[in-house]
Each structure stands twice: as structure tokens, then as C-alpha cells.
Design a protein around this ligand. Structure first.
Ligand code: NAD
Ligand code: MG
Length: 386
């Protein structure tokens, strides 16, 4: 059966990997819509190459450039947030949600409301509005397919088992590029150093999150929504080789793990072909060459983002949305060179201390908490730099 697919965030690291797989099996997929934020040329090229019906650019300032780049291609062009949401309802039966950050929330919810399969890479949307997203999926009967490698691993290890039989979910973490550094030696880390991940090639924001380990904190919250076994049953284990992508221990103490080369095309292919399998060009796992796999406990003293995220997960309500928003602002400021590496977690902690919001009932409540937390994060940063 031909799958009708759309990719939100088609020009990003996950989006490009998804298109790479789609283009290897052109007869299996019909591309309904591709979206990007501002890179009109890259979006137009991807839309032409995949014979997409529709290309949507989020930032309206680039609409003219998109139209020009698509002239004569037969691909329809659109722009703006409303067009992104319309694209989520344009009839795809499989949608890749790979916009980075809370910016992906509205289109992802729209795709969930439309039903079908939603392959979820955009973890920030689940962190900010997990309860509302799970409700939207339950309401429409949409299937959420986790793409984040750890959650995809857990999904595979669960293989339809009852969550009541799960004793523990163990999320593995590479520990990032600064796994062995002291706090003192983290002070002068530059954006270039933080973005260079030892195992994975990813977008800038998630690379910085991996370096602070906020990524694992966000993933803890993501896991708690996708696999509701209780937070006390979800643990983090540092595993520097990124070969075991996560584990599930059952109550009989049998433990299943999913392994693979650190290449996002493996979990993406799992979601693309689900419930079947497809071939990928990824490296087979050569365990004899790898030789040994190592494990260690995470260190919350050196990586306070882990503690902050667990506290936010325990508090629930709007707190994870506030954590995420403050982190997005701080990471962007770090990437621009405006603040230091250690300031990221400090800003998040200060925003969490100073701002609280009622439990969100609707999407607007989440977006309000997100906007207020961003404003507070900017205020905290201004005070820091004077
Ligand atoms: P990226 O920065 O490479 O790409 C982001 C995409 O989102 C781009 O296509 C960009 O145009 C689009 N985008 C950005 N801001 C937007 C906005 N305001 N409105 C509309 N579109 C916007 O990011 P990435 O590394 O591909 O990550 C995407 C998501 O997947 C993130 O949530 C990340 O945490 C998650 N994820 C990524 C990886 C990975 O290997 N890269 C692994 C696991 C999870
Ligand atoms: Mg991950």
C-alpha cells in the first residue's frame, strides 16, 4: 500500500534523513506536504525532488522566494502558521513531526487530530503539552510512533506488552561531548564545541541539549507521556557508545534492549514502515569491532538540567512547558554567544523559581505559559549581562 506522507521540518536533520529514506523507495510513498521555517531554496529543492503536492514555508517573509523557486514545478506553495496547520490536515496518512521546539506544537496537534500515524521527533511539543497531545491522539485514534531513538527503542522492546508488566524503563544517554568534564572545565565551552556530538549528527539545538544533558531530561518527560508506567519506573543510564538505545525490564526481570548504529535513519525507517520493516543503507552493527559497551550512573551535580527536568516532570502541570521554554531561549542565547554554557541550566532554574502558571486545560494555556516563561528567561538574562 502506498503511504501518503507529510514532513514537518523537512529541511532539518531528521527531515532530511526521512526524505533520504523516502527517495530510496519512491513507489512506496506519495508526498503530500513538506514544510520548513525559512530556507525557501532547500524546501523547494526537496519538494521538487520528492514530487510533493504542497510546500509550506513558516516564515511569510520567504513566500516570494519559495514561489519563485517552485515556478513551473507543479508544487503548490503556501506560507505562514495557518498554512502549516492546514498542511497538517491535507490528507496524509503518515506525518513526520520534526520541527524543532515548541514551534511544532500546533501543527503536531493538528496532525494528531486528523488521525493516521504521527511519527514524533519533536519532543519539545510533548514536553510542553503532553497531556493534550495524548488526549488528541486518543480522541482521533491517531497512532503516535516515537522517532526519538530511545523512545523508538522502548516502543520496539515493548512490542505490544502490557505496561503493567513493566518493572523499569531504562533510557540510555551518551553523556554528550562533556561527559567526563568537571564543572570548572565546562565554564568556557564554546557553541562549536557543544554542537560537536561524539556519536550523533543532529541539529544545533538538540546538540546543545545533549551537551547539557537537558536532552535526556526532556526525554524523561517524553517517555513519561508515551509510556505511562510512573516516573519512578523510568531511569537514566549513561552509555557512551550509543549502541543500546534503551531497555525495558519486565516484572519477571527479563530485560529487552534495542541496539543499532547511531544513525537516525534506523528509528525513522522503523516509523516509516511500521508495522512492517524496510531496508536502510545504515551500517550494520559490528559488535566485535566495538569490543566493549560501557555504562555509568548519570551525575546530576555536574549536569543540573537532569535534576531540573525530573523535578518538572514530578511537578507536572505547566512546569515542563516552562522548563522547555526557558531552555529554548537560553540555548538560542548560548548559540548566539550571549551567555555561557553553565548559564543555560542556571537560567532555566531561575525561571522555574520565579514563574508559575496554572495547570493548562487547553492549548492556549500552554502557549501562554510558554510565552511568559520566554519573557521571564529574557528578563533573567538581561539582569545577568548588566
Ligand atoms: P533542525 O534544526 O535540524 O531542523 C529543524 C526543522 O524545523 C527545520 O526544517 C526548520 O526549518 C524547522 N523549523 C524550525 N523552526 C521553525 C518554526 N518556528 N516554524 C516552522 N518550522 C520550523 O532540528 P533536528 O535536529 O532535525 O530536530 C528536529 C526535532 O527532532 C527536535 O525536536 C529534536 O529534538 C528532535 N530529534 C532530533 C534528532 C536528531 O538526530 N537530529 C534525534 C532525536 C530527536
Ligand atoms: Mg534521543
Amino acid at each position: 500500500m502506498i503511504r501518503r506522507i507529510s514532513i514537518f521540518g523537512a529541511t532539518g536533520s531528521v527531515g532530511v534523513s526521512t526524505l533520504d529514506l523516502v527517495q530510496r523507495e519512491p513507489d512506496a510513498f506519495d508526498v503530500v506536504a513538506l514544510t520548513a521555517h525559512s530556507n525557501a531554496d532547500a524546501l523547494a529543492k526537496a519538494a521538487r525532488g520528492s514530487r510533493a503536492a504542497l510546500a509550506v514555508i513558516g516564515d511569510e517573509a520567504h513566500y516570494g522566494a519559495l514561489k519563485a523557486a517552485l515556478a513551473g514545478s507543479g508544487v503548490e506553495a503556501a506560507a505562514g502558521e495557518a498554512a502549516l496547520i492546514d498542511a497538517a490536515r491535507a490528507g496524509a496518512d503518515w506525518t513526520m513531526a520534526s520541527i524543532v521546539g515548541c514551534a511544532g506544537l500546533r501543527p503536531t496537534i493538528a496532525a494528531l487530530e486528523a488521525g493516521g500515524c504521527v511519527a514524533l521527533a519533536n519532543k519539545e511539543s510533548l514536553v510542553s503539552a503532553g497531556a493534550l497531545m495524548m488526549e488528541a491522539a486518543a480522541g482521533s485514534g491517531a497512532t503516535m510512533l516515537p522517532v526519538d531513538s530511545e523512545h523508538n527503542a522502548i516502543f520496539q522492546c515493548l512490542a505490544g506488552s502490557r505496561l503493567d508488566d513493566v518493572a523499569r524503563i531504562i533510557l540510555t544517554a551518551s553523556g554528550g561531548p562533556f561527559r567526563t568534564r568537571s564543572r570548572e572545565a565546562m565554564r568556557d565551552i564554546t557553541p562549536t564545541q557543544a554542537v560537536a556530538h561524539p556519536n550523533w549528527s543532529m541539529g544545533a539545538k538538540i546538540s546543545v541539549d545533549s551537551a547539557t544533558m537537558m536532552n535526556k531530561g526532556l526525554e524523561l518527560i517524553e517517555a513519561a507521556h508515551l509510556f505511562p508506567v510512573g516516573l519512578d519506573r523510568i531511569e537514566i543510564l549513561v552509555h557512551p557508545q550509543s549502541v543500546i538505545h534503551s531497555l525495558v525490564e519486565y516484572r519477571d526481570r527479563s530485560t529487552l534492549a534495542q541496539l543499532g548504529s547511531p544513525d537516525m535513519r534506523i528509528p525513522i525507517a522503523h516509523a516509516l514502515a511500521w508495522p512492517e520493516r524496510m531496508a536502510t543503507p545504515c551500517q550494520p552493527l559490528d559488535l566485535a569491532r566495538i569490543g566493549r559497551l560501557e555504562f555509568e550512573a548519570p551525575d546530576e551535580a555536574r549536569f543540573p538540567a537532569l535534576r531540573l527536568a525530573r523535578q518538572a516532570a514530578q511537578a507536572g502541570g505547566a512546569v515542563p512547558a516552562i522548563l522547555n521554554a526557558a531552555n529554548e531561549v537560553a540555548v538560542a542565547a548560548f548559540l548566539e554567544g550571549a551567555i555561557g554554557f553553565l548559564d543555560i541550566a542556571m537560567i532555566v532554574e531561575e525561571v522555574l523559581d520565579r514563574y508559575s502558571a496554572p495547570v493548562p486545560r487547553r492549548l492556549d494555556d500552554v502557549l501562554h505559559a510558554d510565552a511568559e516563561a520566554r519573557a521571564m528567561a529574557r528578563h533573567v538574562m538581561e539582569r545577568m549581562t548588566v
